[in-house]
Design a protein around this ligand. Structure first.
Ligand SMILES: Cc1cc2nc3c(=O)[nH]c(=O)nc-3n(C[C@H](O)[C@H](O)[C@H](O)COP(=O)(O)OP(=O)(O)OC[C@H]3O[C@@H](n4cnc5c(N)ncnc54)[C@H](O)[C@@H]3O)c2cc1C
Length: 584
């Protein structure tokens, strides 16, 4: 019988809530066919459940543990992740407690050799990074899931097996009161890097594991340093390796360093060894203050992905689908994009609005994204933690040069996780009649400042949104007429009109500063169609009702034959890469 830990985990800054096991109706003989079952209530399972709920689809979310994640793990949310969390209605606590930041400094042999400001536009509500510990991320999402009334969150319930047939999937679940079977039409595997679902289906990652072990130690300390990323290459106390320092909410600081190659993780986590190294880091940054350890762990770097995120009625998301290096804060941030992409497609298929083939486009779009991230994350990893003597020589030569030269400094850019543009998606309608430099189909919907604390993305309702710009009443009336007549094929569809102050009214947002118009390079009459995951999928000047309806139909995959998701995603693995399965 599955018996997860029921004593609250220890933490200096988070009061863990232990969730009881509640006996489900299936254990007393009820026969229920659920729409969607999600395995794993980590960040990705939770956002997927919220994305489904926003579009009216309930889900059962089974979670093996009785409480949220142990330790801070993913601490940096990117702007895109914050936008996705906003789109599923859970953003407020993240804004209230997160630490926004946008710059970082790198040091080599005691000299500051690189300073990077991540691009931040005054039109973006969220900063490039917002630091929030993973326990808090999960707690806020659990609160939102409970508040939605659409997510049946079953704690202390481990998936141990599954079978699928033509009409659904049966999960075998183990609980403190014994086993039961749960039937769902579709299953999302969001059960993390060691996914049971992936193992049960016999699926293997492709990609590579990198050598080297890294320690993360979270300490509480009173440090008068700003919220920024600090990176120290080759410090005296840890020659050849590097150290990262990040500030977290609650007076917590993350110290992250690579171990010498001949040292085991167990030896590195010995209290005296760890304490000595934390002391050396604090000395190095000139702040030898008192501190308390909150949590420590060891991790490795991998660039691994499944080649297909769909296995019949089972869809993979987050770490169950890919394992990415944390350099560049990729794991959870990539998983949120999976969840946003999958949530609406699953909802549309489940509601009978879109064909099954739409689910193949999830795999097509997100595997391509993961491969792009593996390539980029691999470059960051090779620089941060050279895997061979050759890479180390090149890295050290670059570092030596930046002491005296400007030109190699951009090589120290740490390539933060960024959103993937689905430029080659079969769901896109080619743009027509808009400025060539305007946002294109495939890109995330750009935000724009409407007022002091008022931004465009906050006004987008759930579902497909036609975002239209009109400067005069006649243009607005014509666009409104065409949108009202458009055939949305049963999908949730609404229009948001961006207008000057004189045209204010219901369904309209006032672009008093003209910033939305400028950011979209829009003329009066220009319109963009946004998918429910807030990626653009069409753009035109004065589209008629037929054009709008055709674009919604295309984005729903109505023209796709089963199994035709647009071909093999870009950057497919080479033969040599199709092998290793990594361990975290
Ligand atoms: C030390 C460390 C530092 C990291 N730092 C960062 C960072 O700074 N930025 C970043 O973006 N990412 C970071 N990551 C990665 C990030 O933590 C993961 O990418 C993220 O947690 C993935 O979310 P997920 O929901 O896919 O999986 P998980 O968070 O692993 O969640 C999976 C959930 O499924 C549950 N589960 C597992 N098996 C079963 C089962 N059989 N039945 C039912 N439930 C099950 C688990 O209990 C868990 O709750 C870090 C990871 C580590 C380990």
């Amino acid at each position: 019988m599955h018996q997860p830990r029921t004593e609250p985990r220890e933490s200096l800054y988070h009061d863990y809530k232990v969730h009881p096991f509640r006996r489900p109706p299936e254990m007393d003989g009820a026969r229920i066919e659920h729409a969607v079952a999600i395995v794993g209530a980590g960040p990705v399972g939770l956002v997927t459940a919220l994305a489904l709920a926003r579009l009216g689809v309930p889900s059962v979310l089974v979670e093996a543990e009785a409480q949220v994640s142990e330790g801070s793990r993913a601490i940096v949310l990117t702007r895109r992740s914050m936008e996705i969390i906003q789109s599923v209605g859970a953003i407020e606590p993240f804004v209230a407690t997160g630490l926004p930041w946008k710059s970082g400094r790198s040091f080599f042999r005691g000299h500051e050799v690189y300073r990077m400001e991540m691009p931040h536009d005054d039109d973006d509500r969220f900063w490039p990074g917002t630091n929030t510990q993973q326990q808090l991320i999960e707690q806020y999402l659990v609160d939102a899931a409970e508040a939605s009334g659409m997510v049946d969150l079953r704690w202390q319930t481990a998936c141990t097996g599954l079978e699928q047939d033509d009409t659904g999937v049966t999960l075998l679940l183990d609980t403190p009161e014994g086993e039961y079977r749960l039937r769902a039409r579709r299953v999302v595997a969001a059960d993390g890097g060691r996914s049971t679902v992936r193992r049960c289906l016999g699926l293997r990652f492709e990609g590579r594991n990198y050598p080297g072990h890294f320690v993360i130690a979270d300490i509480r300390a009173d440090l008068d340093l700003p919220t920024e990323r600090l990176c120290f290459f080759d410090p005296d106390w840890n020659p050849g390796n590097n150290v990262l320092v990040h500030r977290e909410p609650g007076g917590i600081w993350r110290i992250d360093f690579r171990l010498p190659d001949d040292e085991t993780p167990e030896a590195a986590l010995e209290p005296e060894t760890l304490a000595a190294r934390i002391g050396q880091v604090l000395e190095m940054i000139g702040r030898p203050v008192q501190w308390q350890l909150d949590w420590a762990t060891v991790y490795t770097a991998n660039t691994l992905t499944l080649p297909d995120y769909r296995a019949g009625r089972v869809l993979f998301a987050g770490d169950a689908a890919h394992l990415l290096p944390i350099f560049g804060v990729r794991g959870a941030n990539t998983g949120f994009q999976d969840a946003g992409n999958l949530g609406w497609k699953l909802a549309m298929v489940e509601r009978g609005i879109a064909p099954e083939a739409l689910l193949d486009t999830y795999s097509h779009e997100r595997v391509a994204a993961a491969r792009e991230i593996c390539a980029e994350g691999g470059r960051s990893t090779r620089f941060m933690s050279p895997p061979s003597r050759g890479y180390r020589l090149m890295r050290d030569a670059t570092l030596s040069l930046v002491l005296s030269q400007e030109w190699p400094k951009p090589l120290l850019h740490w390539r933060t996780s960024r959103p993937h543009d689905y430029l080659d998606s079969p769901l896109n309608t080619p743009p027509a009649g808009i400025d060539p430099a305007a946002p294109v189909p495939g890109a995330p919907v750009p935000d724009a400042r409407l007022g002091e604390d008022d931004f465009l993305l906050g006004h987008l309702p759930a579902g497909f949104v036609l975002l239209g710009f009109a400067d005069d009443a006649d243009t607005l009336a014509a666009l409104e007429r065409n949108a009202a007549r458009a055939n949305a094929h049963g999908a949730p569809f609404s229009a948001v009109w961006v207008v000057p102050p004189g045209l204010a009214g219901a369904g309209r947002v006032v672009d008093a500063l003209g910033r939305a118009r400028a950011r979209y390079r829009a003329r009066s009459g220009d319109c963009w169609l946004a998918r429910p995951d807030q990626h653009l999928c069409a753009a035109w000047h004065r589209p008629d009702a037929a054009a709008i309806g055709a674009a919604v139909g295309r984005a729903l995959g109505l023209g796709l034959a089963a199994g035709s998701s647009g071909g093999e995603p870009a950057g497919a693995a080479t033969e040599g890469e199709r092998a290793t399965e990594g361990e975290r």
